[in-house]
Ligand binder design. Structure first.
Ligand code: ATP
Ligand code: PRP
Ligand code: MG
Length: 281
């Protein structure tokens, strides 16, 4: 049975569960359930703290997991990203009192509070900066005001928490994070793991693309296909009406209105968009 780790709570939990449901997997009934067996797909899901997931996957005790890229890097566990999942996006940044520290070099000899000590210590070392890393569980923005640290390094989403604490970010972001599917580093995944990865890829594509169909005069099919190249190539089928063809192609959802306008201007008619519920690419 394939064993997969999912976030049990926090920012990534609900979106991870929804994504696996869309991929056709059974998920836990109650938020407090710690495991769920999907017998039809021969998979057991384990609901764990997102911070711990890379440890379980890196040790090989679990085959796959969903966690944050920042948490994966912070753990230092021998696990690697298979797929970025497009939710749980955040930026990881240093911050200090407004008008104070403005460059990472200024952290030399100072104290930096964070819940991500592994990530921060490696980043500072990589920049040749010697600073004391103070590990806190959360609400790290308070650490400067309380005199425990000179700066913080934390997840920034809207920036509201930093502003409220009188802090502002400085320097380049340490990283851009989002939810990722991970596996053990260098491991040959079991075939069942490939099956799950393929299904999740299908969900990502189904979310990102729509199916576009239209009719166009045959002499315009090359110009129209250039607007709708599809993933491999558009499907072109004959129409009963002489001189016309029907074209079908997968198209990025975020561009579809503009592409429809351009197709119409080109002379295409009967332009239809339909949602993709699931796919295997
Ligand atoms: N606004 C946010 N706050 C915290 N983490 C976020 C946010 N947006 C995305 N994330 C991502 O969620 C992951 C952290 O999730 P985690 O469940 O450990 O913390 P959390 O959502 O802050 O929950 P809690 O602090 O209540 O335990 C990280 O990968 C982080 O980048
Ligand atoms: O940029 P913002 O939109 O303000 O969001 C970022 C804040 O949200 C998270 O805190 P959380 O609420 O998870 O509390 P925690 O620090 O106790 O984890 C994170 O640690 C930041 O403090
Ligand atoms: Mg938090």
């Amino acid at each position: 049975m394939l064993r997969v780790a999912l976030p049990n709570k926090g920012s990534l939990s609900q979106s991870a569960t929804t994504m696996l449901q869309e991929a056709g997997y059974r998920q836990r009934r109650a938020e407090r359930d710690l495991t769920c067996v999907d017998a039809d797909n021969d998979i057991e899901f384990f609901y764990l703290r997102p911070r711990d997931i890379a440890t379980y996957v890196g040790s090989g005790d679990l085959d796959l997991g969903i966690t944050g890229r920042d948490l994966l890097i912070d753990s230092g566990a021998p696990a690697e990203e298979v797929l970025a999942l497009g939710f749980g996006g955040s930026t990881f940044r240093y911050a200090a009192p407004v008008g104070g520290i403005s460059h990472i070099d200024d952290l030399d000899g100072r104290r930096v509070a964070t819940s991500y000590p592994g990530l921060v210590a490696r980043h500072l070392a990589g920049h040749g900066v010697t600073a004391e890393v103070i590990r806190l569980d959360g609400a790290v923005e308070n650490a400067v005001g309380l005199g425990v640290a000179d700066a913080v390094a934390d997840v920034v989403s809207t920036g509201a928490t930093l502003r409220q604490a009188g802090l502002e970010p400085f320097g380049e972001p340490l990283l851009e994070s989002q939810a990722v599917l991970i596996r053990r580093q260098g491991a040959d995944s079991p075939a069942a793991a490939d099956g799950l990865v393929r299904r999740v890829r299908g969900v990502l594509v189904a979310r990102e693309y729509v199916m576009l169909a239209y009719d166009v005069r045959v002499e315009l099919v090359e110009a129209a296909s250039a607007l709708t190249p599809g993933i491999e190539s558009p499907t072109v089928s004959p129409l009963h009406r002489e001189g016309w063809v029907a074209v079908q192609a997968m198209t990025p959802a975020r561009h579809v209105q503009r592409i429809m306008d351009e197709l119409y201007a080109l002379g295409a008619r009967g332009i239809l968009v339909t949602r993709i519920h699931a796919c295997r690419i």
